[in-house]
Design a protein. Structure first.
Lengths: 223, 223
């Protein structure tokens, strides 16, 4: 299981230090929630935040960029230049999804596709052999701190079956409302990359390292 | 003359520290360039960067937010909640500019309006009595590090005349390509708020404090 802390929940005023706290605690991925204020209501940040994290990528950290933007194809080159490892686009934002996925790979990134909670898995049917990552949104994208939508567990299980059926080794990532008390459920359903924001970076009760350790403990208990 | 360093040119990985270096050197304003990847090609950052700068606002720093976004009215409440002091909108993005300016003020912020380089000053004719700030773009918005468009000096001079003619005390701000070697020219033309990005935050040759001092020296020499 890969934990991908979402820097949207980190302290943007001291981003490098806060992100590094997660990496020092053993995190191999960082998840970067890009929002344009159009595909979703809020504007978060763009390529220069990815660029700011290059010292961590140089140490081997995977920069996992989730593009909650309209016409993501207009932004892919900027994210590739900024040093994104993975670019994930929404099927709802991509009428030419195959072309967009090819562009991501041509630019030297791994290609992810993602679905809003109400978008059915059948939308992945044709593109699945071409992707490196499938992201199941377990909340509606656009804000941190939302509650896990329960039927997401079944959606993860069905996505896992689709990937296995074609022999795909693509990552199956889940994002939204995952905490130590429900992470075992989504991992058992077949997810192998877990995005967590406030559950990692909120330090009001525990440090970042302790928050990450709580996820590990939750999975040991299940195993 | 007020210098408003643009945090777009600051190191986003250590934003608070870099912004504080400018404040410690005497800066009273910080300029925040919000881009949505639609009105301009690039996505920069949104309200949570304004929120991250609240410790500086609490010390009296003015957070001067320039919204290079389509439909800025959809984002104004988020920026007010995040703690923006001033919100400046593009006349090109606001078919209902008077309504948008009223909304900014109703939300407790000061209202600015701005024009792209090719947009004529006559577009301000009706709205001028209602605004707290006029921003003259002396480069095309959307990226840092561009060269000052020479005819901007005449545009500033004419904007100053328009403000004086109605007895307005609105700030006259200029943004784009301003360096110590041309700041005296735009101040002489009537600008009293100067946005500078890389000329302040680029520390390859001089520190932030030395960069700010260079602007001060340039104005002393003129006076």
């Amino acid at each position: 299981m890969i934990l991908a802390p979402s820097i949207l929940a980190a302290d943007i005023a001291r981003l490098e230090a806060h992100a590094r706290a997660a990496v020092d605690a053993g995190t191999k991925w960082l998840h970067i929630d890009v929002m344009d204020g159009h595909f979703v209501p809020v504007i978060t940040f763009g390529p220069h935040v990815v660029e700011a994290l290059q010292p961590l990528r140089a140490e081997g950290v995977v920069l996992d960029v989730h593009l909650m933007v309209e016409q993501p194809e207009r932004h892919l080159e900027a994210f590739a230049r900024a040093g994104a490892s993975i670019a994930t686009v929404h099927v709802e934002a991509c009428p030419h999804l195959h072309r967009t996925v090819e562009l991501i790979k041509d630019l030297g990134m791994q290609a992810g596709v993602t679905l809003n909670p109400a978008t059915p898995l059948v939308m992945l049917e044709e593109i699945l052999p071409d992707v490196d990552l499938v992201l199941i949104m377990s909340v509606n994208p656009g804000a941190g701190g939302q509650a896990f939508i329960p039927q997401s567990t079944s959606k993860i299980r069905r996505a896992r079956r689709m990937l296995n059926a074609i022999g795909s080794h693509a990552y199956l990532e889940v994002d939204g409302g995952i905490k130590p008390d429900n992470v075992a459920e989504v991992v058992a359903a077949g997810a192998n990359v877990i995005v967590a924001g406030s559950a990692v970076f909120d330090e009001r009760e525990r440090s970042v390292a302790e928050n990450i350790e709580a996820f590990r403990q939750a999975l040991y208990l299940q195993a």
